[in-house]
Structure formats: C-alpha cells, structure tokens
Design a protein around this ligand. Sequence first.
Ligand code: NAI
Length: 737
Amino acid sequence: MSAGLSFDGRVVLVTGAGGGLGRAYALAFAERGASVVVNDLGGDSKGHGKSSSAADKVVEEIRAKGGKAVANYDSVEAGEKLVQSALEAFGRIDIVINNAGILRDRSFARISDEDWDIIHRVHLKGSFLVTRAAWNHMKNQKFGRIIMTSSAAGIYGNFGQANYSAAKLGLLGLSNTLAIEGRKYNIHSNTIAPTAGSRLTQAIMPQDLVDAFKPEYVAPLVLWLCHERCQENGGLFEVGAGWIGKLRWERSLGSIVREKNHPMTPEAVQDKWEKICDFDNASKPRTIQESVSILNDVLSQIESEEVSMNPTSYTRSASSGFDPSKYVGQKLPTVVYNYTHLQPILYALGVGMTTKDPDHLKFVFEGSEAFCCLPTFGVIPAQASLWDGGLSSVAGLNSDFTKLLHGEQYLELYKPLPTSGLLTSESTIADILDKGSGALILLDVHTYCGKDLLCYNQFSLFIVGAGGFGGKRTSEKAKVTVNPPNRTPDAVLSDVTTVDQAALYRLSGDWNPLHIDPGFAALGGFQKPILHGLCSFGFAARHVLKHFANNDVTRFKAIKVRFVKPVFPGQTLQTEMWKEGNRIHIQTKVKETGEVAIAGAYVDLTSILDKPSAKDPIKASGLQSDLVFEEIGRRIKEVGNQLVKKVNAIFQWDITKGGETAAQWTIDLKNGSGEVYQGPAQGSADTTFTLSDQDFMEVVLGKINPQKAFFSGKLKVKGNIMLSQKLEMILKDYAKL
Ligand code: NAI
C-alpha cells in the first residue's frame, strides 16, 4: 500500500461542485487537507437559472467536517472570477478540476444554435477560460494539475448528443496540448471520461445503476492525477463503478496508394481499402512526431520506386514465392577482415580527410604519435558480410545490385578500433519488413577482435520490388532515426567532395559499380555514378567528431543515419548539427541544391567526464565540481523525468574550499522533469551535503564511497539522511563518472 496522499497546502478549484461528481471531488480533496473553492452556478441540468444554495451546501458539509472551503457562484464563463476567489481566499491556485456541465440533448437535426452554443460555452469555453486564468499562477510556481472532463459520448459518439459530443472531445484536444505546453513548468493536464449516477444521468440510467455508480468511485482517480507525486500527463481515462482504464490511439499499418509519376486515384484507394482498415500489426503513435514520421518513410519509398532500372520491379513479388520468415534469424557466414594501417588511411582519405587540415594528420599518417582509426571505419569490416557470399546466400534477394538501396545505417562502438588487425564479423538477418514497394532487410553485424566485441552495425537494405509479400512494416529490432530539434543548428560544417571521391571511397571495399560505372548508373536511373551513402556518412560523422569532440575518437559512441537523396561526387556536403546533451543531431545537405541527403541522423558521444583527456583538464580555475554539476544538469535534461519519479527529492550541495563554502548547487529531482542550478535550493532542500571540492571529486570518481566519506567526517549531511542512498543513482548511473 502506498503512503497516504496529502493535499496539505494545496488550493483546489472544482467547477460545478454543487452536486454529483464535483461535490465528491470537493469533499475528497478537503478531507485530505486541501483548501477548496466550491464553484457552482446552481442552475438546472439544462443550464437555466442560478442559485447559491448548491455551492453553499457543499461548503457547509466540508466545514462541518473540519475542512477548508469557500463558495463561488459564478458561471465558468467568467473564468477569471473563479480563480480570483481562490487567490483571495487562499492566496494561490494549484489544481483546477473542470467539471461543470449541462445537457441539451436533441437529435442532430433539431439542435438549435442556442443548444449548440450553450453546450460549447459551458463545457469547452468555460474550461478554457478557467484554466487560462489559472495558467500563469501555475507556471510561476512551477506546479499545476488540471483535469478536463470529457465523456464516452465524445469518444464514441452517442445518439442525441452531437453538441455535447463535440464539446467533450474538444476538451481532450485542449488537454493534449496543455500537457505539452505545461510539461516544463510541472503543469500536468489529464482528461477523464467518467460514468456516475448524478442528476445528469438520472434521466438515462435506471435508478439502481444511478445508486450503484457512485461519484465517490471516480474521485480517487482525480485525486491521484492531481497529486504532486503523479507524473501522468496528457492521459485519457475512463472511470466508473470502481474501475479505471486508460485509452490511447491505435493506427492501422495502412497502405501506400500512390506511385511515383502516376496520379493518385480514388480507385487505388478503393483497391487498398481492406489493407488501409486492417488493424493487424497496428501501431500506437503517442505524439504528433511519431504520428507523422511515417510520412518521411512513405515519401522515400515512393521516391525509391524511380531509381529502379527495371520497370518490372514495380510488380509485387508475392508471386515470386519469396518467404521472409525462412530467413529471419538466419546467420550469414562469418567473414574475416585482415588489415594493416593502409586500410584506415585509405578510408580516411575516402571520407575526405586531407593533409591540408593539420588535425587530420593522425588519421592519414601511420607515423603520427596519435595515429588512429576514424570511428566510422567500423562499417568497413562489417560490410564484407553483404558481399562475399553473404546476403546473396538468401535466395530471392540475390545480388541484383541495381535493386539494392542502402536505406539506413547504425553503428555503435564499444572500443576504439585498432589501426591494424584481424577482425571477424558475425551477421544475422534481424528482420525483413514488407514496405510495399520493396522489402527492407535489417542486417545485424557484430565485429570482434579475438573475443572482444568491437562494434555493432545495423544495415537497413531496401530491395526494390521485393515487397508485397504480406509481411509486417515495422520491427522493434530496428534502430530508429530521430528528427533534429526545431531550431537553427548549433554548428554547420561543410566540405567539398572531389570528383573522384567515390572512386577513392570504393577502394575501402564497396564494389558496387553504381558508384563508378556510368553505364551501370544509367541503368539504375542516375545521370552519373553516385557517391556511396556510407561515404557521406563518413563526412558527417567526422564533422561531428571535429566540432564537438576535438577529434577525440574515444568519445565516439554511436551513429544513426537515414539516406534520403543521392549525392554526386564533386558536390558539397554540408552538415548541420544540433547539440542536445551528449547527442548531436545531424542533417547533411547538398549545398549546391539545398537537398537533404542524410536525415533523422545523430551521433552519440560519451561525456567529456567519462574520460577526461589531457587536453581538457577539469577547469583550471574555479572548482572542479562545477563541471560535474553542469554535466549532471545535462544528463538530467535527458533522463530527468525518470529520475524525478525514482528519487523525488531536492538535494543541496555546499562545496567548500579551504574550510569556506565556495559554491552551492541544487539538484532538484522533485519538480517538473528535474533541474540543476547554482545556489541554494529554492523552497527547501530535503537533504543538504557539505564537503570539500577535493572530496567531492573523489566521491564522484569512485575513489571513496559516500558512506565512507560520511563516517570519516568528510561529508556532512543535514535533513533526510536516508535519501543520500539515492546519491549513487545520480552520481554513478547518470553521470557515469
Ligand atoms: P451534475 O449536474 O450533478 O453536476 C454538474 C454541475 O455543474 C451542477 O451542479 C451544475 O449546477 C454545475 N454547472 C452547470 N453549469 C455551470 C456553469 N456554467 N458554471 C458553473 N457551474 C455549472 O452532473 P455530473 O454528472 O456530476 O457531471 C459532472 C461532469 O461530468 C459534467 O461535465 C458532465 O458532462 C461530466 N460527465 C458525467 C457523466 C456521468 O455519468 N455522470 C458522464 C460523462 C461526463
């Protein structure tokens, strides 16, 4: 059983609280310590008349039980006034329950303008006005909880309730957006669709159900959703009779009904209707980004039809007898890659490294003291699996290179790559997806040096014309692309490729003639040979490495890219980069045309503090701990939500130097999605730690553990000492120090 949920100190405004559900909420909040504004216009169930008695009665009930409440008799259409009552009586507003409601049920054709308008004014506009009046107060105090009251009539429709259904579903849309806009201020908005016996349902429910579905069976959900401990935001719940369920959207896999260079027709829609409405393998998009991300896929699939040299490849290969289930999980023959320093140098030149740039020397000169391999060289030993008796061993996919497109690439490094050696790569067909116009093969390749796993690649290979076999469209095994943030890039680097870039790059082992032979390229529909996708990938990766990691290869963790458009040798690759913590989002454009060549891409770097390099000593001046807090701050930005759930506490740090307090830091893992800031805790800290800058670094670097530091007197703890156990979670797991 969870600990009691108290609302001491919280101020709650419940609209329409003079009866039914609202009354039950008001009583329940007051019982748990909240100060409640009981709002009710006191009219009839159709919205006629007004009276103060409904609200007064509930206020009296609360006060009789020792609770705190005031009445407000305004209509929700006077939103500001309701919030004003809360501020005047209790000085703040924390929680708004939009509950007031009336009915004007009529069959659709008989709904008058008045019936339509009043329903919208009370339910939708009323909720908007009351919530807007409270919003800035919530924002400023970085806490707010909002409930919208929807209805099954809105979600599913209900005879005779067109006006009400429309307004009720409107409230869900309103809540969904408030959830997004409020998130960073710790304002959460959720929607409920209740079922309860009340005066509104009396006319439509038999009396025994009205009695059985008590409003008291809905109130506990509302209280939980409004508690500071509850992180739910943007949810929709059906609730009644003591049961609660959550709802979400489901979307069929759908079907592409358009072909490149052909008009899209209603007949094509009709032909695909069954597939469009088939919920097998449905997806469950949760955000607008997730929802529309499929459209990129659709465009590139439609686009890719054209690059096929062979018009017959449009015909679905269902009749070819291709059965992917036979191949998923199949291991391809192990390939061995034996190399000297020559290959990493050739590769570096292939992806545009040049002696013109002094900091490139360590990649192109084996005699350099710091000679090392570019991290993206990791694709080279792995790609051999595609050729040498690899993929071609899968019947039906045989090596018709004109039909093979490299869709996406993921590479993760576990160790810096050796500059020479003997590597083995083991490949597995992780999945085969049916993308309609083609089959997408996910090939997982693990590359080892002896027993040591060096790197993992996932190749996403699109075989034009091999789709339509009735397979699934998505796979949980796929490493997914991520769109960059919606702002101007933090950095842009560009490099001109040479006309011989592809001719040079192919010497690293990608022998597809598409990149060198004009005749072959023409067969594939290109005006001339195109650059290897993995060559542009190499350019983009080294741009990130240079700009954000000072060319330190040990900081490179992983890269994911999607190849969108071909690049021709001689064109300029321009990499736009956005830094979000240790993830650098990237997008590569062809400068001359402005077209995006690589999209949805990112590079993950390890934190500077994972491996302090000689060039970056921890702040020469000031405190060493500053950098650690800054880094923890960045991590919390990434994973703060989960941490807030797990830790739920505010920690203050007093860092001393020479016996004096030299800095104060606060790690707030209680409010919103957490934050780290310099200075004492705003509000109050649950636990305050005092220790010297030096000892702090030792704790952080794992040289002494916090318990030892405490018992030896180096670390002083004030407040809730038990919470210090959670420190390791913050310092070790998340700062990875
Ligand atoms: P109710 O009629 O007992 O409560 C609604 C209250 O809102 C009334 O006390 C009424 O005086 C007040 N009100 C009406 N117009 C107002 C205005 N302009 N300003 C301030 N107060 C106003 O009904 P019930 O069932 O408790 O309904 C509460 C909410 O739950 C409503 O929004 C309703 O649409 C919704 N709902 C209820 C369901 C149920 O099964 N009871 C089903 C689905 C939704």
